[in-house]
Design a protein around this ligand. Structure first.
Ligand code: OAD
Length: 253
């Protein structure tokens, strides 16, 4: 395995030059440089808040106001920050390969705002919500002092469209993500600790099916051992030079 502090290898550029199909899995780390906190870093959300009080259905039923307050706060942060060079580099990849799939665990919508056209959102999207009674989807719901828990036209409570602990991932999303991992010639695992399954099994699946698998992260993770190459650094620093080099080689090829 090649471990390098942000310097990519010739083997990676060769694999990318020969790749028809590239897939990328991202986690909270890709948004860290935008100012969105990760979950498990020393200043991460799960170091300060308890997932069992905020991120599961029972917690929502017990105290919907608290859960909405927390998600609304995160929604405001996500809306107030901007995609960073890591998001833009990933968005650019889409035009460089015959097939490209972005799989994200993030709910902050920053990949879409950076220009990725059809991200597979394994854990949902914080900008959307749905009614727990009739399942009607809402693109925008307002939470205010007067209306602390948004209500559906049918009278049911509306919840954020995110996957909570103990809930299944959207079936279509995990199936498409798994197929993309199996099909990938190069697979990137970017800004994820690899602690949460089934997302964390995707790099291993890609490797098993023959992909060149690369991790981008400032530190080692519990899935680093599955990688062909670990690029140690922030994604907004590591990714742009790889894309620039690739574009240069493709132009001169
Ligand atoms: P974690 O907080 O577990 O991991 C974030 C990773 O990003 C760590 O490995 C950091 O080293 C790395 N990181 C930090 N800054 C970075 C940077 N600038 N560039 C690249 N990497 C950086 O977040 P996730 O792996 O996304 O699920 O967590 C997975 C899931 O756990 C989340 O989707 C969420 C959480 O519980 C749900 O809420 C369902």
């Amino acid at each position: 395995m090649n471990d390098s502090a942000s310097m990519y290898s010739e083997a990676l550029i060769t694999a990318l030059m020969n790749a028809d199909s590239v897939a990328v899995l991202t986690g909270a780390g890709v948004s860290a440089e935008s100012g969105v906190k990760t979950f498990r870093d020393p200043d991460g959300l799960w170091m300060k808040f308890k997932p069992e009080e905020l991120a599961n259905f029972d917690a929502f039923m017990r105290n919907p106001e608290l859960v909405w307050e927390w998600y609304n706060h995160r929604k405001e942060i996500a809306a107030s920050v901007k995609p960073n060079p890591g998001h833009y580099a990933i968005a650019e990849m889409e035009s460089l390969f015959k097939e490209f799939t972005l799989i994200t665990q993030n709910v902050d919508d920053l990949h879409r705002r950076a220009g990725t056209s059809n991200p597979i959102e394994l854990h949902g999207n914080i900008t959307r919500s749905f009614c727990i009674d009739c399942n009607k989807f809402y693109d925008k719901v307002e939470v205010s002092e007067q209306q602390k828990i948004p209500k559906c036209d049918c009278g049911g409570m509306i919840r954020p469209d995110v996957v909570w602990f103990g809930e299944m991932l959207p079936m279509n999303a995990i199936q498409t993500a798994t197929a993309a991992a199996q099909d990938a010639d190069v697979f990137f695992s970017i800004g994820t600790s690899g602690e949460v399954y089934p997302a964390a099994q995707l790099p291993g699946i890609a490797r098993q099916y023959g992909a060149y698998v690369v991790e981008v992260n400032p530190g080692k993770t519990s899935i680093s051992f599955q990688m062909n190459e670990c690029l140690l650094g922030p994604s907004g620093v590591v990714l742009p030079p790889i894309i620039e080099e690739l574009k240069r080689r493709k132009l001169s090829a």
